[in-house]
Design a protein. Sequence first.
Length: 358
Amino acid sequence: MNGSNAYRLAVIPGDGIGKEVVPEGLRVLEAVSTKFGCVLNVDHFEFASCDYFQKHGQMMPDDWKTRIGGHDAIFFGAVGWPETVPDHVSLWGSLIQFRREFDQYVNLRPVRLMPGVPTPLANRKPGDIDFFVVRENTEGEYSSIGGRMFTNTEREVVIQETVMTRVGVDRVLRYAFELARRRGKHLTSATKSNGISITMPYWDERVEEISQGYPDVKWDKYHIDILTAHFVQHPDWFDVVVASNLFGDILSDLGPACTGTIGIAPAGNINPERKFPSLFEPVHGSAPDIAGQGIANPVGQIWSAALMLDHLGETAAAAGVVQAIEEVLSRPEYRTRDLGGSAGTADCGKAIADAILG
Ligand code: ATP
Ligand code: MG
């Protein structure tokens, strides 16, 4: 790893609009370097894209792990071009490999209402909604343990197990408590211990236990059903919400849906110890329907850069990027088509970079 304030970034644009929004993210990161004085050394990689697959018959070179494993973070665009490579091949050959091999056990998604972004929730304004969803990213409900018996008969039985390990549960809870400590000092845990009678009570027990180490953090828990309702009716109640893999999957789509369009939402796949690089990417995909036109919204990618800076410990720079996004989105002339404007990808990206430079 580098000394303080200098970082090595692996930049992977991937496919489709990834190749259009990543340069805008880099433009903003350059402005950040100038303004906040952190040194960002960027290496570009063409693999983890369907173009690469077409040339090489695989999504990544055999030595991909050594090529990017020493970087501080991966700044990722989007992967997938179903016309040439089926989605399961492109996804399993790239992002899923990163998540597994780099032990990115936290999936982090901010839920924050930005100016100029229409929300489906009535009477909500920017400032009302500002929290994070922390999803367990490696175990839980998404195990492949189970099977079918008496297939295609009246007696057919299908079973799939949920796996929770103490290490796996505790580490994501600790990450969430740490984040809560840095923010509003309020953590919410998603459970369903009234229906799922073995794993969810265990999850609750671990929350209780880990909370002892964080007496300054107030915490509560809700069953997942009422919690989804609260996301819609009382989004102002939350600071950090932590959940198992399945519940987190649901909440991390619902949260951003409450605060606007797919074009602005970012995500982090994080290895908190920084033993391996974490990956930051917009939530959206490669958007083949608008690729190559210069009209994609770059905000999801740029906000991912803010998450990345925060992960690297550059908290002032991260806050500066979020503030610049807000300034620019509040001006209609810089909004892209998905937000009802007519600005191009580069117009919006440049405006955000300029706002950072002041
Ligand atoms: P994935 O394959 O990653 O699950 P997808 O292919 O279903 O995702 P996207 O590629 O995200 O979906 O596109 C979904 C819709 O949202 C498309 O109509 C696309 O044009 C639009 N969209 C996605 N990202 C953006 C963006 N950054 N700016 C504008 N529109 C976008
Ligand atoms: Mg897709």
